[in-house]
Design a protein around this ligand. Structure first.
Ligand code: AP5
Length: 246
């Protein structure tokens, strides 16, 4: 009887160990989705870095600016409501942004993670994201840092593809053929909010409403800053250095 009890106990422990080994190797092979937030003033290079990250890490690039511009092109109710805010360089109300974003990240292509460009932009947006992420994702926040003077120089000379959104700079990274996107042959256009007057307004809004996020994420121990007054390849190398090795 004693002999029989020991065998049963041994089988039970082997069973427990096998469950533990299966679940730990499962979580090692299936780490939590990686979410990268690219913070930074308008024109710091969020879209540029996000596009390189997307291509190298095979994670979707989600830009709330691009999502809004797409709504605008399609003439949706959200697009019509957002247009006036965007053209004037103001922020679109938080609830519109969050509904649109949460709808987008439900897609299956976001299951392994995604790159957020231009969101969050206010403390309430960041808090809503924290509530959603809590313990479910591995979050890395990269702050792309650039002076206001450089930003004005970059944005007044930016053109981007009407079709795929790829940004170019007429001096630093011009397209091979004037007015045509290298990647998809789409037409290159200048954004309505890239005039000097609107850029200055966007910067004012950034300093008032978005820059407090630097302190917010620093307090959470999640923030890494990268200086962006250097070539985009160098900026990218520093961004990658802050990402987990997987
Ligand atoms: P959005 O489209 O997000 O614009 P933004 O934040 O103002 O940023 P940009 O897209 O202008 O700049 P970027 O940092 O991506 O720089 P890029 O890589 O293009 O938002 C537009 C509007 O939508 C907002 O104003 C607001 O109304 C609304 N909105 C969006 N999200 C919202 C939210 N969450 N809440 C509320 N409202 C929201 O680079 C800029 C230029 O520099 C390019 O020409 C590029 O080629 C060049 N460049 C990039 N890197 C380098 C480098 N290292 N060296 C030299 N040149 C470089």
């Amino acid at each position: 009887m004693i002999w029989h009890g020991s065998i049963m106990r041994a089988i039970f422990y082997i069973f427990l160990a096998s469950i533990f080994m299966t679940s730990s190797s499962f979580s090692a092979q299936n780490p939590a989705p990686l979410v990268v937030i690219l913070l930074g003033p308008p024109g710091a290079g969020k879209g540029t870095q996000a596009a390189i990250l997307r291509d190298q890490f095979h994670l979707p690039h989600i830009s709330t600016g691009d999502l809004l511009r797409d709504q605008l092109r399609r003439g949706t109710e959200l697009g019509v409501r957002a247009k006036d805010f965007m053209d004037k360089g103001h922020l679109v109300p938080d609830h519109l942004i969050l509904d649109m974003l949460f709808e987008r990240v439900k897609s299956t292509d976001c299951a392994l993670g995604y790159i957020l460009d231009g969101v969050p932009r206010t403390i309430p947006q960041a808090e809503a994201l924290q509530t959603r992420f809590q313990g479910k994702v591995e979050l890395v926040v990269i702050n792309l840092d650039l002076s206001d003077r450089e930003i004005i120089e970059r944005l007044t000379k930016r053109v981007s593809c009407e079709k795929c959104g790829t940004p170019y700079h007429l001096l630093y990274s011009p397209p091979k053929t004037t007015g045509i996107c290298d990647k998809c042959q789409g037409k290159l256009i200048q954004r309505v909010d890239d005039t000097e007057t609107v850029i200055v307004k966007r910067l004012r809004v950034y300093h008032k409403q978005t820059s407090p996020l630097i302190a917010y994420y620093t307090k959470l121990g999640l923030l890494h800053s990268v200086r962006c007054d250097q070539p985009k390849e160098k900026v990218f190398a520093q961004v990658v250095a802050h990402l987990p090795k997987r």
